[in-house]
Design a protein around this ligand. Sequence first.
Ligand SMILES: Cc1cc2nc3c(=O)[nH]c(=O)nc-3n(C[C@H](O)[C@H](O)[C@H](O)COP(=O)(O)OP(=O)(O)OC[C@H]3O[C@@H](n4cnc5c(N)ncnc54)[C@H](O)[C@@H]3O)c2cc1C
Length: 431
Amino acid sequence: MPVIADRSRRLASSPVVIVGGGAAGIHAALACRRHYPDKPVTLLDAEAEIGYYRPLIPQYMLGKIDAHRLFFWLHDQDPLLTLRLNVNVASVDPSNRLLQLEDGNRIAYERLILTPGGRPFVPPVCTSRSCRLGVFSVRSLADAGAVRRWLPDHRHIAILGGGLVGVKTAVQFALAGYPTILVEREGHLLPNLLSHRAALPIANHLRRLGVDVRTAATIEDIRGDRNGELKEVRIGGEWTVGDTLLVAIGSTPDLGFLEDSGLLEEGELMVAPTLQTADRYVFAAGDAVTIRTDGGTRHRPWTWPQAIAQGKLAGANIYRSAPLPIGDFSRVNAQNIAGLPLVVLGGRPERFSAVSQFGDPPRWWREWYREKDRIVGGALVGDIAGAGPLHFRMTTGGVQPNAIAKPDAKAFARDTWRHLGQKRTVRYFFI
Ligand SMILES: Cc1cc2nc3c(=O)[nH]c(=O)nc-3n(C[C@H](O)[C@H](O)[C@H](O)COP(=O)(O)OP(=O)(O)OC[C@H]3O[C@@H](n4cnc5c(N)ncnc54)[C@H](O)[C@@H]3O)c2cc1C
């Protein structure tokens, strides 16, 4: 990353500086303002707009939601919260508590919170020089705006990456009537979250919705017309019509600007459960971090709810003499994929000593992973009955395998209310 080391530029200072204005960064800023009301906070981000729901990007691309519904936060004129957008942090110098910006300016801080999230990986095959138009990442509002402008004249969609982002994107495009191919290199969809069998109901469901699912395959090449507009993609040796390629391959932590900071360990931004980095004045949260627990186990729970929870904790912890640890960093993820419910309770089958499974793979599947006599994760696909109580029991260590196979929880009451214009319902269970 280029660093413009023009020392004549301005040196600003702010007690608290946050790098990254995604879910983690904004919640860190708000928590910090709430816990330490007399501490000014400066939030820096490379993007032109912040405070939007990244998970809604596919719907925004298709014009299914308007920009105003995309934002979960708007700057509310708090005079002690300064936003600086379109600003790239080039490097961090923890020994002098200084940030170097790409524009040459520097910022001094008392406390720093790093929430730079992830960077989408775009494989070289998708960046052919002769084909510059029609290839997009599924990541930022800027990308989504470009797709929105591109779509009216282009209808054949190829999506690279069968993880959560790719699956959700494919579903939205198929529902909107676009011919959609979803390409996943591994043998099944959602390979980072689910076992082969648990993923089968999802692939079947997508096919029913009209998605052309290709697993154990990749985009081998692309070609365009004379104007550099994408026209075809090659999958499994065959050229197929495709004028829009959406790259949804899992993101990797965006840590280039920390290379010389001394904060990385084996290339990872390692934090304690308190979210403190190797430097006691620097905290970090969200998709960029790896949390190392006392036993040395590394956790990378890169989800939206985790980014929020970690951001809030980092903001609250920064001036604490004894920072508090995060309570739960399991990778629980609940989704409804166009009518097919899915709850990932954390973990991945191959990491654990015992895996128990139950279901009817074309339609539904429930599985759980055990370490010693404790259930440490699982996935419920198509039939998610009792997921809430199961997760609660998982964290307390009291769940029995039978309870997962045949949930015995019974709902006894229900509450419904409206939040941000959406209907919310909670059911209370006997367990
Ligand atoms: C299409 C899509 C669908 C998703 N669906 C789900 C879902 O259903 N459920 C779920 O749990 N998760 C989902 N996710 C993942 C979820 O969005 C992320 O886990 C979450 O956004 C992480 O938040 P974050 O604040 O850590 O990072 P980010 O949201 O990535 O924010 C990081 C910010 O830091 C900025 N930044 C980075 N480096 C610098 C720098 N050097 N200088 C200045 N600024 C910098 C970036 O511009 C960015 O704005 C989805 C993601 C996408 C893209």
